[in-house]
Ligand binder design. Structure first.
Ligand code: ADP
Length: 375
């Protein structure tokens, strides 16, 4: 009973049974209809040929009854032969058709089981066009999206572990040194400990922000923002912090610029991030220029510096999280390594874009934020 249930649960068997049922129903309808109607049609036609049976053409004569029986028997025999040929042919055809439909579904089922076990590289052949082909194509699209998500998750874990290692090791070293009396519990030591813990919390905050931005969970209060106001606010914030001696900060904003459509706080965050980087990567003496200009239906904000520049081989990668052009540089410069990744995600979420250009190492860099003009 159990194996019968298992057999009838299979798609292929079900399709086979349903085709056979249709086949048997067709034969039964044909048989009954012909058996019910053929004799009376026959009588009718023979009556029409009454003249052939002599005067009166009596259909109920003995020859007439014999003829009737012969026709009925011939019909029955003909049907038997037809059933004997049609049924095996029907079974063979149903078997192949059912197999053709059930096979791709079986492949999909086993591929999904393997994906559920973590083998994200599984794909199924798309095959012929039609519903099954569409199903296979959507399945493959879903599988590659899952594979990419999994890859991003693995990369993120690896990157975060790598970034946490340095501050955690430094903290551990200081605490051990304090315990062993190697370091005196001086304000300088406490200062170092505080510096490392703030670096850790900055990294955690940035990672949270990045994960929210990548998941599209950040909320934006879009408003009409005058470019000049945004630039002045960002410059004021940076000037309030320590601008290294020998580094000039200047702005270039034409007075006839249209306002941009942006979230003022997020715009400020992006500009501040670009300015902080420009200052960080421009050893004095040098200049950092923040400007804005009209570009079609958009406004381009540019942060240009005369600093260390970016090699063309690094340019395409600097928006990746934790990418550093100078691999040997430690995080001592204060960046969490995801600033540009977040800035780009914010720019795109506001309907804009963020790009970088540089003539090469030592030749300065320009970061351009494009935002749509407010309507
Ligand atoms: P972080 O500055 O913390 O490393 P970011 O995401 O802000 O992280 O920047 C990524 C990388 O891009 C930096 O490590 C640096 O190599 C490069 N970069 C960013 N801004 C500049 C700039 N103004 N000049 C030169 N290189 C830059």
């Amino acid at each position: 009973m159990k194996s019968w249930n298992r057999l009838t649960a299979s798609m292929r068997t079900r399709l086979l049974i349903s085709y056979l049922a249709v086949c048997v129903a067709g034969i039964a309808v044909l048989f009954i209809t012909v058996r019910l109607t053929a004799p009376s049609f026959f009588d009718h036609h023979v009556a029409g040929m009454g003249a052939m049976f002599g005067p009166g053409g009596n259909m109920m004569s003995e020859q007439g009854i014999n003829l009737d029986n012969a026709v009925t028997r011939s019909l029955n025999e003909g049907f038997l032969v037809a059933i004997l040929i049609a049924l095996p042919l029907g079974i063979i055809a149903s078997f192949f058709v059912a197999g053709e439909i059930a096979r791709p579904l079986k492949r999909l089922a086993s591929a999904s089981q393997r994906i559920a076990q973590g083998q994200y590289d599984q794909r199924v052949p798309v095959g012929a066009p039609g519903e099954l082909g569409e199903l296979a194509a959507s399945f493959n699209a879903m599988a590659s999206a899952l594979e990419q998500t999994e890859q991003r998750r693995m990369d993120l874990i690896g990157d975060v572990a790598h970034e946490l290692r340095t501050p955690v090791t430094v903290l551990g070293g200081y605490i051990e040194g304090l315990a062993d009396g190697v370091f005196a519990p001086s304000p300088e030591t406490w200062g170092k400990l505080k510096e490392e813990t703030s670096r850790l919390s900055r990294l955690v905050e940035d990672l949270q922000e990045l994960s929210r931005a990548e998941a599209g969970q950040l909320t934006f209060a879009l408003a009409s923002v005058p470019p000049e106001a945004a630039i002045n606010a960002a410059v004021a914030r940076l000037a309030a912090e320590l601008l290294p001696e020998g580094l000039a900060l200047q702005t270039e904003v034409p007075s006839d610029l249209p306002p941009v459509q942006a979230d003022p706080d997020r715009l400020d965050q992006v500009l501040t991030n670009l300015l902080t980087n420009a200052v960080r990567y421009t050893p004095p003496p040098g200049t950092v220029t923040l400007s804005a200009r009209r570009q079609g239906e958009k406004v381009a904000f540019s942060v240009r510096d005369t600093g260390i520049g970016i090699a063309s081989s690094d340019l395409p990668n600097i928006f990746e999280r934790f990418y550093r052009a100078d691999r040997s540089r430690s995080r001592s410069s204060g960046g969490s390594g995801v600033g540009l990744t977040i800035a780009k995600a914010l720019a795109e979420a506001m309907g804009g874009s963020l790009s970088a250009s540089s003539e090469g190492s030592g030749k300065g860099s320009t970061f351009t934020l494009l935002l749509p003009a407010a309507r």
